[in-house]
Design a protein around this ligand. Structure first.
Ligand code: NAD
Length: 307
């Protein structure tokens, strides 16, 4: 399975185009399916633009693009695939109906993966007859620039199928991590939103403003994170010091199990972030665009300095 193989990608949007280009860049042939012809029509130019961001141009770029086909029909797209990534909209019933159709038409040994952000894979795959070949692959945006893909097993997933998917992703240059239990948020979003919960709480309680929260993260422990994970850091400072710190601070951290009223108020007031000009902070369209570009160029440069 790790050798050159046939991949189907369901959904030609933001995530689908990046998954398709990553797998095609690794030498696999890819069929991308989407019921919306305009998404399929723009796919080639979006893939070309993203390859350019990765520094891939000319003949190399064109030969990758040639390995990507587009298809309107789900049945035809999955007919001879070895592995499939579903990246359709984040709606449970839609994903369930897509997988019901896929199960009928894909080869019986094809690995079926959903790229859901937060829906439990168990819920998406519950009605399938062949649940042992179904799992989650949580790619991060932009999929061609963020190395991580979480491979999520349900209680039904066959270990060998999960390992095949893990190896397929590693072979395509990604950094897969196995998630042994299908919990909400998997690993990355649990960690990320534990931080966001505290970040919002600091502002809500008037301890600092939103800009200060972001400054602290970006100019402090955020600097170490690409090379020093939290548990490596705990080992570096010592588990004894970590225990002392937790005894003195955990009791005061935000622990509510529902969204912050402050966040709910922002949404109710239409302060939706960059798209409305204000969220936690105010944004002109130029500032928002500049930050988006900065993230892209930062992620590209980071690849060149990390070993
Ligand atoms: N955007 C992110 O940051 C991100 C990150 C990780 C995971 N995800 C998840 O990936 C999935 C796709 O997200 P996205 O950001 O690419 O969305 P998107 O809106 O950019 O793309 C979705 C695509 O699916 C197509 N589509 C609609 N109905 C379909 C159907 N029945 N069959 C096949 N395709 C259909 C749409 O035409 C569109 O092209 C979602 O489950 C999302 O939660 C998104």
């Amino acid at each position: 399975m790790v050798s050159k193989t046939k991949i189907a990608v369901i959904g030609a949007g933001l995530m689908g185009h990046g998954i398709a280009l990553t797998m095609a860049q690794a030498g696999h042939t890819v069929t991308v399916q989407d019921p919306d012809s305009s998404s399929l029509k723009s796919l080639e130019s979006r893939v070309r633009d993203s390859l350019n961001v990765l520094g891939v141009f000319g003949d190399e770029s064109e030969s990758i693009i040639k390995r990507i086909k587009t298809e309107n029909s789900l049945t035809d797209a999955v007919a001879d695939c070895d592995a499939l990534f579903e990246a359709a909209p984040e709606k449970l019933e839609l994903k369930q109906s897509i997988f019901a159709e896929i199960e009928t038409h894909a080869p019986s040994d094809a690995i079926l993966a959903s790229n859901t952000s937060v829906i439990q894979i168990t819920k998406i795959m519950t009605n399938l007859k062949t649940r042992e070949r179904a799992l989650g692959t949580h790619w991060w945006n932009p999929p061609h620039l963020i190395p991580l893909v979480e491979v999520i097993k349900t209680k039904w997933t066959d270990d060998a199928k999960a390992k095949s998917m893990f190896d397929l992703l590693a072979g395509a240059g990604k950094t897969p991590v196995m998630v042994e239990k299908d919990v909400p948020g998997f690993i990355g979003n649990r960690l990320q939103h534990a931080l966001w919960r505290e970040a919002i709480s600091l502002v809500e309680k008037g301890i600092c403003d939103a800009e200060s929260v972001d400054t602290v993260v970006k100019s402090c422990f955020g600097r170490r994170l690409p090379v020093l994970g939290p548990l490596e850091n705990a080992d570096l400072v010592g588990t004894d010091l970590t225990l002392d710190i937790h005894e003195n601070v955990l009791f005061d951290l935000e622990s509510r199990q529902s969204p912050s009223p402050y966040l709910e108020q922002l949404v109710a007031e239409g302060r939706l972030g960059m798209k409305s000009g204000e969220g936690f902070r105010k944004w002109t369209s130029e500032e928002a665009e500049a930050l988006r570009k900065k993230v892209g160029s930062h992620l590209t440069k980071l690849e060149t300095i990390l070993d």
